[in-house]
Design a protein around this ligand. Structure first.
Ligand SMILES: Nc1ncnc2c1ncn2[C@@H]1O[C@H](COP(=O)(O)OP(=O)(O)O)[C@@H](O)[C@H]1O
Ligand SMILES: [Mg+2]
Length: 241
């Protein structure tokens, strides 16, 4: 019988510590995300949210503690092995190849050996009509919003089911941010698990099932969408929202 208690989390982080060289940035982070959940990691600049994403991927200097992807311990695995467990990381710098066309960027990523297919190009284009229109445009010719959608679409091509999205709404016009919100809603309807780092609280608030707040490399608040209203005073204090 399947119930919430017996489900294997898509992501289970326990007592995660991480360093950049001598600099100790994460001090025992705990985050548990169930399959299909949309979870937002909030915090002020420098709180350690990007470092948490990088540490999940094994991209920090040292890391310690436990990071399980679908029940598999990854703390001693290299980044490419972690990715092959079905994790897609979209870093703040989007990493679009500017000399390649939109479509060439989409054809580039390797399909992960997760047993699940990457999203076919026609589905990608149905989900991102802008990218369909711009399929032959060079990377540099794409707007910031189009580049952001391309960065996410490229991850979907790999077959990743757990998506780590770092500040995807940053610096984009409100109409583009709305399109990204629709994209997150579509991803959740399709059963993807999403962990988003966000500065833009108004963007994240209506999308997330649960919220974590970081400060100084620690989780200082965790709550569900139903508690959002009562948590607003705390959030105002912690985030200035
Ligand atoms: N490459 C790095 N080397 C050393 N320190 C870093 C590096 N990247 C981030 N830091 C430090 O780690 C802390 C957390 O940063 P970060 O995870 O980027 O925060 P956030 O994404 O929440 O804004 C900050 O104090 C930042 O200065
Ligand atoms: Mg960051």
């Amino acid at each position: 019988m399947v119930n919430a208690a017996s489900k294997t989390p898509a992501l289970e982080i326990r007592n995660l510590e991480a360093w950049y060289g001598e600099s100790h940035v994460l001090h025992g982070v705990d985050i548990v995300v169930q399959p299909g959940e949309v979870v937002t990691l909030l915090g002020r600049n420098g709180a350690g949210r990007t470092t948490t994403m990088r540490a999940i991927m094994g991209l920090t200097g040292a890391r310690k503690g436990s990071v399980k992807i679908n029940g598999v311990e990854t703390i001693h695995l290299p980044t490419h092995r972690i990715a092959h467990l079905g994790v897609g990381y979209c870093p703040e710098e989007r990493g679009i190849f500017s000399s390649l066309s939109c479509e060439e960027n989409l054809l580039l990523p390797p399909v992960l050996k997760t047993g699940t297919q990457g999203m076919p190009l026609d589905e990608i284009y149905a989900m991102f009509p802008n990218l369909a229109e711009r399929r032959h445009s060079q990377g540099t010719r794409l707007s910031g919003g189009e580049q952001q959608m391309l960065a996410v679409a490229r991850i979907l091509r790999t077959g990743a089911k757990l998506l780590l999205l770092d500040e995807i709404s940053e610096g984009l016009a409100p109409v583009i941010v709305q399109a990204l919100a629709r994209m997150i809603t579509m991803l959740r309807e399709r059963g993807y698990t999403v962990v988003m780092v966000e500065q833009n609280f108004r963007f994240a608030a209506p999308l997330a099932d649960r919220f974590y707040v970081m400060e100084h490399g620690r989780i200082v608040e965790r709550f569900g969408a139903a508690e959002l209203a009562e948590k607003m005073p705390v959030l105002t204090e912690l985030l200035g929202v």
